[in-house]
Design a protein around this ligand. Structure first.
Ligand SMILES: Cc1ncc(C[n+]2csc(CCOP(=O)(O)OP(=O)(O)O)c2C)c(N)n1
Ligand SMILES: [Mg+2]
Length: 892
């Protein structure tokens, strides 16, 4: 009954609807789709004006976007391509099955590639253009779990040996192996983009496409029609990052960007939307964001059935099923499909009456039909004015039959029994007999076979092989000594923050003849916070459309200037997006052969803490550049409270192997670090990048005390010696960042009030000290007969007498982790705990890191060593005004 009402609203006759449809058809025929669309748009407006409340829907019917009659001819040899694809399927499966026979549970995925094989093969044979001398090439983000397919193809192409395939996921075996997923760190000549932490690659791809435009608009690379392709899983789209920047892509009209979502309706545990339709959900999200959406749902076998269906019943029926039901159909017999899908309406049953059950079972989905996929890709690359997403329906584990096709367990399937292997072999026509087949050997037809010849010819026509990574930029020749020299001088008493000092350097770098153009300043709506607004005017904010309005502050010196050739990437409030820009700019030395140097400055608490996985991906990708943690330090940033004040980031930087993390106190330290960083990354080609914290506490910047460059870079150097080194009471104070000034004040108090002579060290990087320490330990363990290597910390403190006290604006674990290489016990002060929104002075008291607490810690260490009387300590507590009953900052 309900159904009846919905199909015939208010008793409207079928014939009336039919008349409307027929007139539309005739417009379509006589004047084409554009006029038809215009009429519909006018009708919609007319209806709204007349008070008709049309429900909003961004969805189109559950059908292919490109109808069969508009489908282009498939230009390839379909049969040969099918055979090549079958061989790749076999070898991909063999890799995983063999690896798991050798080492149980080594893992690997069969079903992701099995479902996506056609999506990739149409790309490889017809679309993905390689990077060459003449052409920058297309950029492809491969779905991480489909990696066996890419390896299997490279094997057929003769680029990877059988031995490499044999050692899939076992890179440490003799002869090397293949990394589980796309990791440029592990396979730097092959993979360009790490994609396996799901959600990162769609976002990175959007910003990559946008960065390509930035380079073009700034005249740094020629304008080309190169595309960025990103392949993702439908389950992956649940990650917030996946769809988080899709409006940026449409706003920027990134028609150089193509998403292909492999909609197998399944993720790891089960259906992506058992009770809904993921494809329709994604369609409305992307259409709502003004993307060009192409649905590839049904294969060619469905076309004649659609043609017979003049009433649109089939499309309607297709739209009714939820994904859980579709999944059930995939694993069911033809008879079941007839009864449960077509059986809902006798007219539908009639449509498929001529087809036997077996044919119903074999009605292919769009994502497995090269002709449909080709049509979609062609439309995508030709589309102008917006990015395209292709939603391709496939079956997870396609071809695995009983071993997992469409089953909930298929994602984890790594083994096939003998029957299943034989069936797979037969289904895909692999020339192996029953006996050989169960050994699952890799199979490559001879070089002169039609398959290999075809595959090679196709790739040749597209410029060569892909994926392939190479470093194409030329290294810098200069050390930029002059550029940084002035910052060694100090501020002559003027109080500046390290952030201001850094911005001064940035301004100077931007003017430099060699590197000026290459600098890419990136800010997530924080330029004013860091005093960078003067750069708006001088180098401009990048905008692909220039500035279409007169900025409200146009009469001021530092107005908000947007320009098509603007240099600053002002990303708005998105640390993730800014990081994706950082990655694109920091890997352009490989992707584009351009040495762009990104400087991404942000609120330090919203870096490692918030987007650490992107930083990890950047590390894997061998990204170069500088992350600047601004307003850093738990007590140095006043008033902001526990979600802003960062005492964590230097600890969170520890696990990223190739990031160098520095907590400098003075302008010259920053100058030394940045100059050396540029040299290491862009002259010597080292695969490192930098994290430098800068603060907003103003103080006089001293001149560099002699040549301490080496110490700054290695992690520590003596900044100020004790004035009375012969004193009986001696101490070594270690300060970092803005807390170094507290150590210097403590040095004075200790000297004048307690007769303790202390040296003060600037510890610029606990991470560097730690890495050096563990490396020394390791080398000594492995080479016991050689002269022991002495840790740098140990060397520094060889002749440094007295008690040891460290204070930083970060967790106490930082100094503690290097204390084992110190000659004596270390007392560590730091900022473990939540903290308060408070001013600097109160915060430093609260966390017990100010000069008074450093003084007390020093006196206490002397007392423990028996060098100081208890009464002095008691008096000091009183004189220093220390409340001994205050709450523990760690737990309060
Ligand atoms: C951030 C993240 N979380 C979890 C995983 C583990 N994981 C790997 S594959 C997968 C399911 C993938 O489903 P889908 O995106 O639909 O891809 P399909 O294999 O179906 O093509 C999961 C949960 C991961 N790789 N990354
Ligand atoms: Mg899926």
């Amino acid at each position: 009954m309900e159904n009846e009402i919905s199909t015939q609203p208010h008793g409207m006759e079928d014939v009336e609807i039919q008349e409307w449809l027929e007139s539309l058809d005739s417009v379509l025929e006589s004047s084409g789709p554009e006029v038809a669309a215009e009429i519909l748009e006018r009708l919609r407006a007319h209806a709204t004006v007349n008070g008709i409340d049309l429900p909003f829907s961004a969805n189109t019917p559950y059908a292919n976007t490109i109808p069969a009659r508009l489908q282009p001819l498939f230009p390839g040899d379909q049969e040969l391509e099918r055979r090549i694809k079958s061989l790749i399927r076999w070898n991909a499966l063999a890799m995983v099955v063999r690896a798991n026979r050798v080492e149980h549970n080594i893992g690997g995925h069969i079903s992701t590639y099995a479902s996506a094989a056609t999506l990739y093969e149409v790309g490889f044979n017809h679309f993905f253009r390689a990077r060459t001398e003449e052409f920058e090439g297309d950029t492809v983000y491969f779905q991480g779990h489909a990696s066996p397919g890419m390896y299997a193809r490279a094997f057929l192409e003769g680029r990877l040996s059988a031995q490499k395939l044999e050692n899939f996921r076992r890179e440490l075996k003799p002869g090397g192996g293949l990394s589980s997923y796309p990791h440029p760190w592990l396979m730097p000549d092959f993979w360009e983009f790490p994609t396996v932490s799901m959600g990162l690659s769609p976002l990175m791809a959007i910003y990559q496409a946008r960065f390509n435009r930035y380079l073009e608009d700034r005249g740094m690379k020629p304008v080309t029609d190169a595309k960025v392709w990103a392949f993702l899983g439908d389950g992956e789209t649940d990650e917030p990052e996946s769809l988080g920047a899709i409006t940026l892509a449409s706003r920027e009209k990134l028609d150089n960007l193509i998403f292909v979502v492999n909609c197998n309706l399944q993720r790891l545990d089960g259906p992506v939307r058992g009770n809904g339709q993921i494809i329709q959900e994604l369609e409305s999200a992307f259409r709502g964001a003004r993307w060009n959406v192409i649905k590839v749902l049904w294969g060619s076998e469905w076309d004649p059935i659609f043609e017979r269906d003049t009433e649109g019943l089939l499309v309607k029926r297709m739209g009714e099923l939820v994904d859980g039901e579709y999944q059930k159909l995939v694993v069911s017999s033809g008879a079941y499909v007839r009864e449960h899908f077509f059986g809902s309406d006798p007219r539908l049953l009639q449509l498929v009456e001529p087809l036997p059950d077996e044919a119903l079972r074999r009605l292919r989905l769009g994502g497995h039909d090269p002709r449909k996929v080709y049509a979609a890709y062609k439309a995508a690359v030709e589309h102008k004015g917006s990015p395209t997403v292709i939603l391709a329906r496939t079956i997870k584990g396609y071809g695995l039959g009983e071993a997992g096709e469409g089953k909930n367990v298929t994602h984890q399937q790594k083994k096939l029994n003998e029957d299943e292997l034989r069936e797979f072999r037969s289904r895909f026509g692999i020339p192996l007999n029953d006996e050989d087949c169960i050994e699952v050997p890799f199979y490559r037809p001879p070089e002169d076979s039609a398959e290999i010849q075809y595959l090679r010819a196709r790739r040749e026509a597209l410029g060569g092989y892909t994926p392939k990574r190479s470093v194409r930029s030329k290294p810098f020749v200069s050390d930029h000594e002059e550029l940084f020299k002035e910052f060694h001088e100090g501020s002559e008493g003027r109080e500046v923050s390290t952030t201001m000092a850094f911005v001064g350097m940035l301004r100077k770098m931007l003017k430099d003849a060699e590197i000026g153009k290459l600098i890419v300043p990136i800010v997530p709506d924080e330029a004013r916070t860091f005093g960078m607004e003067s750069l708006f005017r001088t180098v401009g904010i990048y905008s692909s459309v220039g500035q279409r309005y007169e900025p409200v502050d146009v009469n001021t010196l530092l107005y908000y200037k947007e320009a098509k050739d603007g240099q600053i990437l002002e990303e708005g409030i998105t640390e993730a997006g800014s990081m994706a820009s950082f990655i694109a700019a920091g890997s352009a030395y490989a992707t584009h052969g351009i040495n762009t140097i990104p400087f991404f400055i942000y609120y330090s608490m919203f870096g490692f803490q918030r987007i650490a996985d992107f930083i990890w991906a950047a590390a894997d990708m061998r990204t170069r550049g500088f992350l600047l943690g601004g307003t850093a330090g738990r007590t140095t940033l006043s008033g902001e409270g526990l979600q802003h004040q960062d005492g964590n980031s230097h600890v969170l930087a520890l696990p990223v192997p190739n990031i160098k993390a520095y907590d400098p106190a003075f302008a010259y330290e920053i100058a030394v670090i940045i100059q050396d960083g540029i040299r290491r990354m862009y002259k010597d080609g080292e695969n490192v990048f930098y994290y430098v914290t800068v603060m907003n506490e103003p103080y006089a910047m001293p001149p560099m005390p002699g040549n301490v460059k080496d110490g700054i870079l290695k992690g520590m150097y003596r900044f100020r010696e004790a004035s009375n080194p012969k004193s009986k009471l001696r101490a070594q104070l270690f300060g970092s960042g803005a807390i170094l000034n507290e150590a210097l004040r403590a040095q004075e108090i200790l000297e004048t009030k307690y007769g303790v002579s202390a040296d003060v060290w600037s510890v610029t990087s606990y991470k560097e000290l730690y890495n050096d320490g563990i490396e020394s330990e390791r080398l000594n363990r492995l080479h016991p007969s050689e002269k022991p290597r002495v840790a740098y910390v140990t060397k520094c403190l060889a002749d440094a007498p007295g008690v040891l006290v460290a204070a930083s604006d970060y967790l106490k674990t930082l100094p503690n982790m290097v204390s084992k290489w110190m000659p004596r016990r270390l007392a560590s002060l730091g900022t473990d705990g939540f903290g308060r929104s408070e001013g600097r002075t109160s915060l430093r008291e609260f966390f017990e890191v100010d000069s008074r607490y450093i003084t007390l810690a020093t006196l206490h260490e002397l007392f423990v060593d028996g060098k100081m009387d208890r009464s002095v300590l008691d008096r000091a507590i009183k004189d220093l005004g220390i409340n001994t009953d205050k709450p523990n900052p760690v737990t309060s």
